[in-house]
Design a protein around this ligand. Structure first.
Ligand code: AMP
Ligand code: MN
Ligand code: MN
Ligand code: MN
Length: 282
């Protein structure tokens, strides 16, 4: 049984529709797939319907943009039901994503790469959660850079000339809300290029007290050494260990569907921690 618990569609910064994504997942030989778009549940209905068609066991999910001690951390939520507090927070994150666009465009212009808001919005038309990848796509379309990777490496990543920050939910609050909403909470790729916080054993233990269920250890951005260390730390903190591709369609080159997966026994345990039934409407 092959289980991929972290994927993106065009409803955030992936490049395939939720339905195409599920068809591709079946073709890639996956049995269980979670859709975890950034800061929105909007793709889950379409994905669930397509998954049922192709015979995939669908896990409704979300990847929430959080902050921990001033650094960006992503939290995966599975089987998250309706929750007013969480909905309000997600709206704030999405609003902040949109509000930073003019600032990014001003910096692009100052660096000799003018882009109109309309160009970016046209590329981001399927998502309520506009991100830097959509800006990157517009830069590629104009010929300013060759790829999303180049756009991030030279311009958009934290510390690069066109970086603009945005609001992220407090990590502790996000875990609390996901749990209150009947979901399971897993910290995504703690040591990837995006989350440079070192989650020590004591921090993970604090998060576990808040209700954290697991840590995404096997992720394409983690080296073998990172995985080994993270696995040890997570186990010591009593947390489950997951693995996933973080697939973005054509938007990321090293993240093929199923390139990293979750052990079926771990998934069985994780599944007892969330209610998949109430979540698609969330
Ligand atoms: P944002 O959501 O606007 O904060 O942008 C972060 C998103 O950009 C992540 O979810 C990744 O999908 C993507 N990303 C980050 N770094 C890179 C990179 N070097 N190349 C391509 N995509 C990236
Ligand atoms: Mn992304
Ligand atoms: Mn992420
Ligand atoms: Mn992701």
């Amino acid at each position: 049984m092959r289980i991929d618990l972290h994927t993106h569609s065009r409803v955030s910064d992936g490049t395939d529709s939720p339905s195409v994504l599920m068809h591709n997942a079946r073709a890639a030989g996956l049995d269980v797939v979670a859709l975890t778009d950034h800061d929105t549940f909007a793709g889950l209905g379409e994905a669930a319907a397509a998954a049922a068609e192709v015979g995939i066991d669908f896990v409704p999910g979300i990847e929430i943009s959080c902050m921990y001690e001033g650094a960006s951390v992503h939290l995966l939520g599975y089987g998250v039901g309706p929750h007013a507090g969480l909905a309000t927070e997600l709206e704030s994150v999405r609003r902040s994503r949109s509000e930073r666009l003019p600032l990014i465009l001003a910096k692009l212009e100052a660096n000799g790469m003018p882009l109109s808001l309309a160009e970016v919005l046209a590329l981001a038309r399927d998502t309520p959660a506009i991100g830097r990848p959509h800006v990157a796509d517009a830069m590629v379309a104009r010929g300013y850079v060759a790829s999303r990777d180049e756009a991030f490496a030279d311009w958009l990543a934290e510390g690069r000339p066109i970086y603009v920050g945005r609001y992220g939910m407090d990590l502790f609050a996000a875990i609390k809300y996901v749990k209150q909403a009947g979901g399971a909470a897993v910290v995504a790729h703690p040591w990837s290029r995006q989350s440079r916080v070192v989650l020590s054993r004591s921090v993970l233990e604090e998060l576990a007290v808040e209700g954290l269920d697991g840590v995404e250890v096997d992720h394409p951005d983690h080296s073998p050494a990172t995985r080994a260390q993270l696995r040890m730390t997570a186990v010591a903190a009593g947390l489950l260990i997951t693995g996933a591709s973080d697939h973005h369609g054509l938007g990321k080159t090293r993240n093929d569907l199923g390139c990293d997966t979750t052990d079926p026994r771990t998934f069985a345990l994780l599944r007892t921690r969330f209610d998949a039934a109430n979540a698609v409407l969330g």
